[in-house]
Ligand binder design. Sequence first.
Ligand code: MG
Length: 248
Amino acid sequence: MIVVKSQAEIERMRVPCRMVAEFHQKMREVVKPGVTTQELNELAEQYCKQHRAVPAFKGYGGFPFAICSSPNEAVVHGFANEMPLVEGDILSIDFGVLFDGFYGDAAVTLPVGTVSAEKQRLMEVTEYSLYSGLDQIRPGARLSNVSAAVQQVAEDAGFSVVREFVGHGIGRELHEDPQIPNYGKPGNGPILKKGMVVAIEPMINAGTRHVKVLADGWTAVTRDGRPSAHFEHTVAVTEDGYEVLTCV
Ligand code: MG
């Protein structure tokens, strides 16, 4: 069942969404060679404490960290660790918080120092695919128009779309209906309505789309070892389009 939010509920969702965006903003300054993902996770824990928010992922299905930190060939759900990031890495950071009964959720992929042209293009195309998907959002549109637009951008660039993980509705639950794949034909699925709130999150691979999960039971990596990028925003369907809630 898709929960349509009232304007008052969307106003409340702005707060956790803004927190997530503000944290990602900090990460742009902090992520550099020598920093560990354990340190970034610690910053996320501190941020939540300071803002009296609850880290949404920690404990979710047993996930042990406040952030998902997924470098290079890691697609999503990576574990924080003590290994310093090195120049040329890319790092996907997914972060969600619960505040005042509502969730916010967003992800970015950041360069560590200077990265290869391929990694740079992968990040740019993935972020562009997210916005191309978002631009399909308006009342009356079919949900799969979003999926199709993401897929088109990714595949036109010669990249591939991860199929095992999807975007989702969000609100009083971190993951609400509907599920939102990043591929598919347009014209299918639920009809979007004003007040729906969704997290759109393309995961795009430089090589083939196939992934595997590591022995930790969480970290998804590309099977071919080539890099992957992930961008996500929580957005509300408005009268005539959409509004990104995960912005500062
Ligand atoms: Mg999400």
